[in-house]
Design a protein around this ligand. Structure first.
Ligand SMILES: O=C(O)COP(=O)(O)O
Ligand SMILES: [Mg+2]
Length: 227
């Protein structure tokens, strides 16, 4: 890798993982040794990307909850944005209709969530969308969960917030991802790469799509910078 390596913003599920959310171990040395800034941008709640950074031994620069949560360790900045009350109200109304979030009693998917709400893909989408729309929220299907999210935030606004903290430009970034929740960061990044398992929106908004899927796709996306 040379000094021209761009900063990297990368999604977790479907990009660094396999289809079952397990991290592909081959991505770990790549992230650990990346010579420029690495931003982990995910729909997951903050503890997951923070833990990933900690276990990788890299600085914690994180966009979580699809942009609702931004944490920049270097400047000690934590920004929470989005109407969490509205998301919780959607959840309550969804339950009142007899539906369930689908993550069991303990619900680790929502437990540490601070700005949005997630529902399992095996639960009905239509009533969730109706309730979300009534409250000015949107439902994102990432291929891993339905996210009830405030449209004032996304991974693009998250990238902008990180850049404002660190004095970087979004156009300097290489972005890699796999789904609709990566679209706005793809639009802002100088180079956006969708892995081959990506959904239609991510593929359309990317500059290129890899031949390989999941972790293999990520490795292919970053290969030009590792020669
Ligand atoms: O868990 C999800 O639903 C999406 O997570 P991701 O943004 O890291 O792919
Ligand atoms: Mg993803």
């Amino acid at each position: 890798m040379d000094s021209d390596t761009p900063p990297l913003i990368v999604d977790i599920d479907g990009t660094l993982t396999d289809e079952n959310r397990a991290i592909d171990p081959r991505v770990m040395p790549v992230l650990r040794e990346w010579p420029a800034r690495v931003v982990i941008a995910t729909g997951k709640a903050m503890p997951f990307p923070i833990a990933l950074c900690e276990f990788l031994g890299i600085e914690r620069t994180v966009v979580a909850e699809n942009g609702g949560v931004v944490f920049v360790e270097a400047t000690d900045e934590l920004r929470l944005e989005g109407d969490h009350e509205a998301a919780l109200a959607v959840g309550e109304a969804y339950r009142d209709l007899g539906h369930d979030f689908g993550f069991g009693q303990i619900d680790l998917a929502n437990r540490w969530r601070e700005t949005e709400l997630v529902v399992s893909l095996d639960q009905p989408l239509e009533p969730l969308e109706e309730l979300a729309t009534e409250r000015g929220l949107v439902v994102l299907d990432t291929g891993f969960a339905y996210h009830v999210t405030d449209p004032v935030v996304d991974k693009g606004t998250g990238l902008e917030a990180v850049c404002a903290e660190l004095g970087l430009e979004p156009e300097a970034f290489l972005a890699v991802g796999d789904s609709v929740n990566d679209a706005q960061m793809f639009d802002l990044a100088g180079e956006a790469v969708a892995v081959a398992n990506a959904d239609e929106t991510a593929r359309e908004r990317a500059d290129r799509v890899t031949d390989e899927t999941y972790g293999d796709g990520f490795l292919e996306a970053v290969a030009p910078y590792r020669e």
